[in-house]
Design a protein around this ligand. Structure first.
Ligand SMILES: [Cu+2]
Length: 145
């Protein structure tokens, strides 16, 4: 390290100390707690899905079949790790709105139709996936840390 760099580093250190002192001195009480940094691009909707309609053997994607307004086989477990891509399809024989709690995503489904969800698991916890009108839980979404 040459002399000029040493001086530069020293100046930086002094500047940092000065900044800290100034910060401590003036009690502005700014709230520095920022929320989670979400890198999700706005408008980043599912680009590939919805066009085809035919559900191929997509690995990892779950299909929840709703019969008479109830989930076939009971409430389905959807388990993911934070940051994973959550993908599932709801095949319903009743018209309703599928509501993913926590993430607050809603999509309409027609009677005999299906609707697909694809989003990244950014919120940890256990959330209900509900047929909103029927007030029926069809899946439990679990996002582990
Ligand atoms: Cu709901």
């Amino acid at each position: 390290m040459n002399y000029a760099m040493k001086v530069a580093v020293l100046l930086l250190v002094l500047a940092a100390i000065g900044a800290l002192a100034a910060c401590g001195g003036s009690d502005t009480g700014t709230n520095t707690s920022t929320g989670t940094t979400s890198s999700a691009a706005p408008g980043g909707q599912a680009t590939r899905e919805g066009a085809g309609g035919g559900e191929g053997g997509q690995g990892g994607a779950t299909t929840i079949v709703v019969k008479d307004g109830e989930p076939e086989g009971g409430v389905q477990d959807l388990e993911y790790k934070a940051g994973d891509q959550v993908r599932f399809t709801v095949d319903s024989d009743v018209a309703d709105e599928v509501h993913v709690h926590g993430y607050d995503l809603m999509k309409d489904v027609a009677a005999g139709g299906s609707v697909s969800f694809s989003f990244s698991a950014e919120i940890e916890g256990i959330f209900e996936v509900e047929l909103e009108e029927h007030g029926e839980q069809i899946a439990e979404l679990r996002v582990n840390p």
